[in-house]
Design a protein around this ligand. Structure first.
Ligand code: SF4
Ligand code: SF4
Length: 468
């Protein structure tokens, strides 16, 4: 292949999984192996363990992670979030978007290959089952082309039964995050007719996952996922990506024993196509950065094996920026990278602080609209107030109000204020203080709020009275 072909950009006119007639080209990627793949397996199985176990872990009686959009109830690490906390989610969303933008600018599409559930399910569950049952890529190709004989039918039945079971497990796990693992358990164990809606949801979810991982596969990353399609605007020449070192690799040419490649102006790429065969999205990374590349690093491992076997230095395909290849530099902690990384840490810190310091109660105390003060013959001034409390916990509380410093007293309309679990309380009460405590017609007061005898809030409010 000539070097000018490298500059040929026609591959960008179409995606690798669609042929000239517009038909799907089925990808049979070679089984990956190597240093990066081993690391990915560890990361993936840790993430999978977390994903499958988290809905079954309870902290303080609450599911560790719950995103019940139907009842608008969310729990994160056991803390319950209500619609009143939606501003936190809005902030989290904004921080999340900024985080993704900065992370991608610096570290490229690392998330897709290493953390994204689509890639992890596809490459670490479904694909590995496929290698186990159908064999490596060449055997898979042969089997796909073979007539429907007994062996093929048995293999297909076995494989798709397992795929259905895994899809069922994933569907149940996702539902457990939405409706809670307790509700899911009820659906699974109660008589069939008792939860027809829930059972339908399980079947629909299972079918969708089964379809995604048996038919759609890499199309999710290459044509559907909006994040993938944003790469064109997020990446710049300094972004770290999985890239082919074209300066070192070109002109590519087949390997011949005892040949001095430099003498005949051949680059290090021996054009073995192994990096293409192993790619789960079916691209040739030697064409340059492409939106289909999910940075899974399988081609790095594959090329490193080849380089080793022909006695060349590894790293012809590696994590590197475009400028790194051009100017022969390694990853550098430039001021820009440091600034963006620091910003990522700060954003994560802000979000964590907001989540951790979020109160279990929200209390608002206001003077009742349209009222003014009253003064008794004994010189005691009174104001009418309204308290609005939100209880985000699973416990009932008897609420008591006290004035800080004991300069006056509080009288409630009802004998005992009651705040039910996961509910609101709205009541009126009166504050009475001696006229002598009022300065220039007003007084700033602090109301202490007690729940079952324990102080749970302290609210500042304004008291009005007559001026002299
Ligand atoms: S080009 Fe390499 S890193 Fe990108 S998807 Fe293909 S195998 Fe993975
Ligand atoms: S695996 Fe390495 S040597 Fe083989 S074609 Fe790809 S880049 Fe070239």
């Amino acid at each position: 292949m000539e070097s000018q072909d490298y500059k040929e950009e026609s591959f960008r006119d179409h995606i690798s999984t669609v042929n000239e007639e517009g038909k799907r080209v089925w990808i049979f990627p070679k089984r990956p192996k190597g240093k990066w793949y081993s690391k990915r397996k560890i990361v993936s199985y840790l993430l999978l363990a977390f994903l499958f176990l988290a809905p079954h872990v309870y902290i303080g009686g609450e599911q560790m992670l719950l995103f019940n959009i139907l009842e608008r109830k969310f729990t994160i690490f056991g803390k319950v979030f209500w619609p009143q906390d939606m501003f936190l989610f809005a902030i989290a969303l904004i921080i999340g978007v900024i985080f993704v933008v900065f992370f991608t600018i610096i570290y490229g599409r690392l998330f897709c290959g290493w953390v994204c559930p689509q890639t992890i399910f596809m490459e670490m569950l479904f694909r590995r089952l496929e290698y186990w049952i159908d064999g490596d890529w060449n055997e898979q190709k042969k089997l796909a082309a073979a007539p429907w004989n007994r062996k093929k039918i048995v293999k297909r039945l076995f494989k798709h039964s397992l795929f259905w079971i895994v899809s069922f497990l994933i569907a149940n796990t996702f539902l457990a995050y939405i409706i809670s693992s307790e509700s899911l358990w009820e659906i699974q164990t109660d008589p069939l007719g008792a939860h027809l809606g829930g059972l339908t949801a399980i079947v629909i979810f299972t079918t969708v996952f089964y379809f995604v991982f048996t038919r759609l596969r890499e199309q999710v990353c290459t044509t559907i996922c909006p994040y993938g399609r944003l790469q064109g605007v997020l990446l710049d020449p300094n972004s770290m990506v999985v890239a082919y070192d074209h300066v070192r690799g070109e002109q590519r040419g087949k390997f011949k024993k005892d040949e001095n490649r430099q003498d005949i102006k051949k680059g290090d790429c021996i054009d073995c196509m192994h990096c293409v065969h192993v790619c789960p999205t079916g691209i040739d990374i030697r064409n340059g950065t492409q939106l289909e590349c999910i940075n899974c690093t399988a081609c790095i491992d594959e090329c490193d094996h080849i380089m080793e076997s022909v006695g060349q230095e590894k790293g012809l395909i590696r994590f590197v920026s475009e400028n790194g290849i051009k100017y022969r530099t390694r990853f550098q902690w430039t001021r820009r990278v440091k600034a963006y990384s620091a910003l990522l840490v700060v954003l994560t810190g802000i979000l964590t602080t907001l989540l951790i310091t979020r109160n279990d109660f929200e209390t608002y105390i206001m003077r009742q609209r349209g009222t003014t003060f009253q003064i008794s013959e004994e010189g005691v001034v009174s104001n009418i107030y309204e308290i609005n409390m939100i209880n985000k916990t699973k416990y009932n509380f008897n609420v008591t109000l006290k004035l800080e410093d004991g300069i006056g007293k509080i009288e409630t309309v009802v004998k005992q204020l009651k705040l039910k679990k996961e509910d609101q309380l709205k009541e009126r009460f009166i504050i009475k203080i001696p006229f002598s405590k009022i300065e220039n017609g007003k007084k700033i007061l602090y109301v202490k709020v007690y729940g079952n005898g324990k102080e749970i809030d302290r609210i500042k409010t304004k008291f009005i009275g007559p001026t002299l």
